[in-house]
Write a protein that binds this ligand. Structure first.
Ligand SMILES: [Zn+2]
Length: 380
């Protein structure tokens, strides 16, 4: 039986170990993908060290051990099941890790992201059965995936860039809900982080004409503005504390000054874990009347929203998680056409044997510009 190398977690809090395990056979509607790049998200460090367990999170949300993590795999199809129709061996693909039941009311209605047992292949999820059916995350050499999970990659989209599609797609799906487009303004709260930078790149691709961003690190903010100096404006939120200014929040005043006094059409919250709810509320107040906010960041505190303010200003707030495979196809097409410019990403590629070193090094990064990637085709 042919085998492959997989980085597996045997116990939470321990390093991953390289194991030799059988290469899986694809089921009739599945494909087998040889992984060439797998994105590593900073949150994976929290997951494998059982951060969520210490918060009292239901352990059933975690995949059974030993587990193969790896949320954002891209590679080449090497084998297809007998009922796979429209892809073939040799095709370059990104595997959308969003796994669903496929047969509940929401799945049958074409709204898979609203499936009650939505689970991430290679991460965590709401169904142990689904995680057992697709136990191969991208931190191994070959993975099985359903045919409907595949985003075909044009030749000029690198595997490393595709390994960032989880972040891109998370921002993209939310920004579509916000109506981001030509002639519209958006405030990206936390624009220099991994999610926020990808949101800025997408806002440029989607035609947004006024792209405002907040952040704490002035030099990183300058680098974000340099992506498109005529369309991106940045605000260093450490420069001014909302509560200490008698005349009102300087962030809100700045956002209004950039939008003829109206406020922004939309706000995307991309703040990192640990950010206070007040930082998200501040950005919501930069919205114009009728503006829409979406949250894809990691604020975990309760929001103190004034319901009367929300109503009288006709403001909307929409949560958003992940993205559909169709939205992934749209991003691949934009990247191929060059309208989505991902060239500012700096790929930091590790062989599979250095997965633990990669996880340990994630604190030292240039905000969202650094793209951490594992290449499982290189074991050493
Ligand atoms: Zn379902």
């Amino acid at each position: 039986m042919p085998t492959m190398t997989a980085a597996r977690l045997h116990a939470f809090g321990e390093p991953m170990r390289l194991d030799e395990i059988p290469i899986p056979e694809p089921r009739p509607t599945d494909v087998l993908v040889e992984v060439k790049a797998c994105g590593v998200v900073p949150n994976l460090v929290r997951v494998v060290t059982n951060f969520f367990g210490t918060m009292g999170t239901d352990p059933k949300l975690m995949p059974p051990l030993p587990a193969i993590f790896g949320l954002d795999p891209a590679g080449v199809i090497t084998k297809v099941g007998e009922q796979v129709r429209s892809v073939q061996p040799g095709d370059r693909v990104y595997v959308n890790p969003a796994r669903t039941c496929g047969s509940c009311k929401m799945c049958r209605s074409g709204q898979p992201l609203d499936c009650a047992v939505f689970s991430f292949q290679g991460y965590f999820g709401r169904s142990q059965a689904i995680m057992k059916a697709y136990p191969y995350g991208g931190l191994c050499q070959y993975i099985t995936a359903p045919q409907e999970a595949l985003v075909k990659l044009p030749a000029n989209v690198s595997f490393e860039a595709a390994a960032r599609f989880g972040y891109f797609g998370t921002a993209y799906s939310a920004m579509k809900k916000l109506g981001v487009g030509p002639g519209r303004s958006i405030l990206i709260n936390g624009i220099s982080g991994t999610l926020g930078l990808n949101a800025a790149m997408l806002a440029l691709a989607m035609g947004a004409t006024t792209i405002l961003g907040t952040g704490r690190n002035r030099s990183l903010l300058d680098r974000v503005k340099a992506l498109s100096p005529g369309r991106i404006e940045v605000f260093a939120s450490s420069d001014a504390d909302a509560s200490s200014v008698p005349g009102g929040d300087p962030l809100v005043a700045w956002a209004k000054s950039m939008t003829d006094g109206y406020g922004v059409d939309s706000m995307l919250d991309c703040l990192p874990p640990g950010a206070p709810a007040s930082a998200m509320i501040r950005a919501m107040h930069a919205l114009r009347r009728g503006g829409l906010a979406s949250n894809v960041g990691a604020v975990m505190e309760n929001l103190t929203l004034n319901a009367f303010w929300l109503m009288t200003n006709r403001v909307g707030l929409q949560g958003s998680v992940w993205f559909t495979t169709g939205e992934g196809e749209e991003m691949a097409a934009m990247a191929a056409a060059g309208t989505l410019d991902v060239s500012a990403l700096q790929h930091r590629i590790y062989p599979l044997s250095q997965v633990n070193e990669a996880l340990a090094s994630m604190e030292s990064r240039d905000g969202g510009f650094t793209n951490f990637v594992i290449d499982p085709s290189r074991v050493a």
